[in-house]
Design a protein around this ligand. Sequence first.
Ligand code: CDP
Length: 245
Amino acid sequence: MSIRVIAIDGPAASGKSSTAAAVAQRLGWAHLDSGALYRAITLAVLDNLEERETAGEGETAGEGGREKRSAWGAQQLVSLAEDLPVRLVLVGDVFRPEVAGVDVEHAIRSPRVTARVSEIAAIPEVRHWVNVQQREAVETHPQGVVVDGRDIGTVVFPDAPLKVFLTATPDERARRRLAQRGDPIDPAELRRESEALGARDRADSTRRVAPLRSAADAVLLDTTRLSMEEQVARVVALARQRFPH
Ligand code: CDP
């Protein structure tokens, strides 16, 4: 029997999480935002581990470019996540991130976490740990799970019967992110946000492990000119074809 997973991948602020949440709701499935787990670990690390001095060795040459090296040991991070613990808890039909029993859905969206999450997410041991959590979470849900992230269709659930890769122009994504935060949408802010998103996309696309890319069998959806309702309707239509029951 094929797994009941819809994989939605794409760059920062492409609308993955909002689309995944709405699609899950329409289908009566659960929603799992894998980025929330990477953010929750990052929050836990920043709150609990001291920053070590890495003067002169902050970067290491990666195959696809230069990668920022984390100041913490990989095993130290995974142990912290296990011990606190960092986990996903199913509340209604949404997997919510918790750190030490506290819901951190709001705290993980802070600029402090956003600025460091790609560095933590580039560590193979962290990715392995996150992937195990996701696969376990999916097994507990009877209907099915819409999972969104960067490597869901390529690495975490390569057998997902439906994979969607969402894109939008950097300017449109910056505009959406500012609107989501309720920030003013003036040209200077747009440029700044677009550059910040671009930097995170580059870090995510050029890392050695599980870089951001579309799976060969993913449906590409450019959402630049689509409304949220239109993009949700497209994915729901595809889901009804691929999961007739
Ligand atoms: O919502 P937004 O697109 O800004 O990002 P997110 O989905 O919350 O993910 C935050 C970060 O986690 C990304 O920039 C990636 O570095 C990392 N991530 C990842 O590496 N793999 C995933 N499956 C999901 C997120």
